[in-house]
Design a protein around this ligand. Structure first.
Ligand code: ZN
Length: 327
């Protein structure tokens, strides 16, 4: 049977945490510069420990040159994996200690992204994250920053961290600010909490996309709703297994979501921690989860459609996806 080359399938990477998009070798090098061991990125047993390690990586990201290099390498890696557009998620307060005020960090990132796009051809729009473990007024602060940069390198606004302890409802005000600025609303939901969390992301936060959202698969009516509204779930299968949101690949809900016609994108989430890439996730979907090439083309199409990419980039990518799937 014809095995199409998945690198040649144009795709958008919509669920990618910036700091964990770093190459392992670059993380090692940054640590060496400081005479420190590389921050531990694996071996976590709980979500809280995972989050602690993820934030620890930023300890070795100390200079604007570090961030510029990371942006450039993330774009190079994306190009090598067939991405035409990426939306790295950055939680700016993580860089206050070593880089500086939030908008200075953002300016460095946006400038670096412009250069990286010129060098690699991969379009980049940042997703500004808020942290649900912090009080909602901190999320409003980040939403205001995202709003000021909307259309100038920022395309989306997110809500990160532990949804099992911090539900979406208190963050409605922050999402109102982002919505008024025309940003794509992309909270994490339906990963550590059930379908109710996905419904709340839609009803209360007016989410355009949901990062993960996989537990919507437990509720037929909710899946129907996602299909009707075209709300894309930014799914990350390896992440779900590593963080134990799903017991095994045998029972991963991706095939159920696809069968129900829910728009889905495929993503790596935290590549350096989960030892995966967007390309390896597409391969895994085909080889392990039994997803067909036609479904993979649909996933790539939905990723491009649901992204914040400019219209001409979208149109070009959709044309190439149609070519890729041609018999
Ligand atoms: Zn995530």
């Amino acid at each position: 049977m014809l095995q199409r080359d998945l690198t040649g399938l144009p795709k958008a990477h919509l669920h990618l945490h910036f700091e964990e998009g770093i190459r392992q070798g670059t993380l090692d090098e940054f640590a060496r510069e400081l005479g420190r061991p590389t921050p531990r990125m694996s071996g976590f047993t709980t979500f809280i420990e995972f989050d602690h390690l993820a934030q620890g990586a930023a300890e070795v990201m100390r200079t604007p040159a570090h961030l510029q290099r990371m942006v450039h390498e993330i774009a190079e890696d994306a190009a090598a994996q067939g991405c035409v557009w990426i939306e790295p998620a950055v939680w700016l307060p993580l860089h206050r200690t070593h880089i500086g005020p939030d908008e200075e960090t953002l300016e460095i990132l946006v400038d670096a992204a412009r250069q990286a796009t010129e060098a690699t051809g991969v379009g980049i729009g940042f997703l500004i994250a808020s942290n649900r473990n912090d009080p909602p007024n901190k999320a409003i602060e980040q939403a205001r920053i995202a709003a000021r940069w909307a259309g100038r390198g920022v395309v989306a606004f997110g809500l990160h961290n532990d949804e099992s302890r911090f539900p979406p409802e208190p963050f409605a005000g922050a999402f109102d600010v982002a919505r008024e600025a025309g940003l794509i609303l992309t909270p994490h939901g339906g990963e550590l909490a059930g379908p109710d969390s996905v419904a709340a992301c839609i009803d209360v936060l007016h989410a355009d996309r949901i990062q993960h959202g996989i537990r919507a698969s437990e509720d037929e009516a909710l899946m129907e709703r996602l299909r009707e509204t075209g709300t894309c779930l930014d799914v990350c299968p390896t992440s779900n297994i590593v963080l134990k949101s799903v017991a095994s690949f045998d029972v991963h809900p991706l095939p159920v979501l696809l069968a129900a016609g829910v728009p889905v994108s495929m993503n790596a989430d935290n590549p350096v921690m989960f030892d995966c890439t967007i390309l390896s996730e597409y391969e895994l979907a085909r080889d392990v989860l039994g997803v067909s090439d036609a479904q993979l083309a649909t996933i790539a199409t939905d990723s491009v459609r649901a992204s914040g990419a400019p219209a001409d980039l979208k149109q070009n990518a959709l044309g190439k996806i149609a070519e890729w799937i041609k018999p």
